[in-house]
Design a protein around this ligand. Structure first.
Ligand code: UDP
Length: 241
């Protein structure tokens, strides 16, 4: 049995239950895409790249009234301890859909009929929370590409370890904990755009977890905004430097 909370109530990486791992974010990190972002959440490291809106290939996939949002979540085979097989696994195909459905809720797709927007999420190092950090990075890359959106989606995962509800679980907590609940929100719209739960939590624990995630997501969105300001040299007050 692995002990995940010590006698002082701290987690294996020394965090308090309601503490995020250190987060770094940068927008516009790749030259060949229309928009891009890099995110570090503890040991998890991810690049996101956005292309478009551009013509749909093959043509028969185009939609008459809106753009197609195409998402690809991929883990580099060197990103995990046990080498992941090359190519797309079932998990990556499923997560590509999960990411698309979260992002589709905010992108004004109807402004670009018959076009396509491609979002690539590349996990280069995984330490838990890759789908949530991937959504945060993808959303920042979409904003960097100038894609109009109703809000910038941000995400984190809460979990239950040794009976305690904790924020932003890492790989060990995901592996040995009792539950894991990834959450993505559009904080300005006040909506949840992704909610999953593996394991068991009571209704009260879910409410507590959502509360914790909600506060953290507002903070993560602030970091996205700061990354965009740095990228476009805009000071906090909105003045261009
Ligand atoms: N993981 C791994 N190999 C895999 C898939 C996942 O080592 O093929 C690790 C990785 O650190 C990942 C964690 O397990 O972040 C939790 O995976 P999960 O499927 O819960 O998704 P995530 O928490 O990354 O969104």
């Amino acid at each position: 049995m692995v002990r995940l909370i010590d006698e002082n109530g701290l987690r294996i990486d020394g965090r308090r239950p309601d503490q995020l791992r250190p987060i770094k974010m940068e927008a516009g990190v790749l030259e060949k895409s229309d928009g891009s972002a890099y995110i570090e959440v503890g040991g998890t490291r991810i690049y996101a790249a956005v292309f478009g809106p551009r013509e749909v290939h093959p043509k028969h996939l185009e939609l008459p009234d809106r753009a197609v949002l195409n998402c690809r979540y991929h883990m580099a085979s060197f990103s995990v301890d046990e080498r992941k097989p090359l190519g797309m696994t079932r998990r990556e195909i499923e997560l590509s859909k999960v990411l698309r459905e979260a992002l589709e809720t905010v992108v004004f797709l109807e402004e670009f009929p018959r076009m396509m927007i491609d979002v690539f999420v590349e996990v280069v190092q995984a330490d838990g929370g890759t789908r949530t950090a991937g959504i945060t990075a993808a959303s920042l890359a979409l904003a960097d590409a100038g894609i109009p959106m109703a809000d910038m989606v941000a995400a984190t995962a809460v979990g239950k370890v040794d009976g305690v509800i904790v924020l932003d679980i890492n790989e060990a907590e995901d592996k040995y904990g009792q539950a894991d609940m990834p959450v993505a929100m559009a904080p300005r719209l006040g909506s949840i755009v992704l909610l999953q739960l593996n394991g068991m939590m009571t209704t009260e624990e879910i409410e507590k977890g959502l509360d914790m995630a909600g506060n953290a997501i507002k903070h993560i969105q602030q970091l996205q905004i700061e990354a965009l300001r740095r990228r476009y040299h805009i000071e906090a007050g909105g003045e261009e430097v």
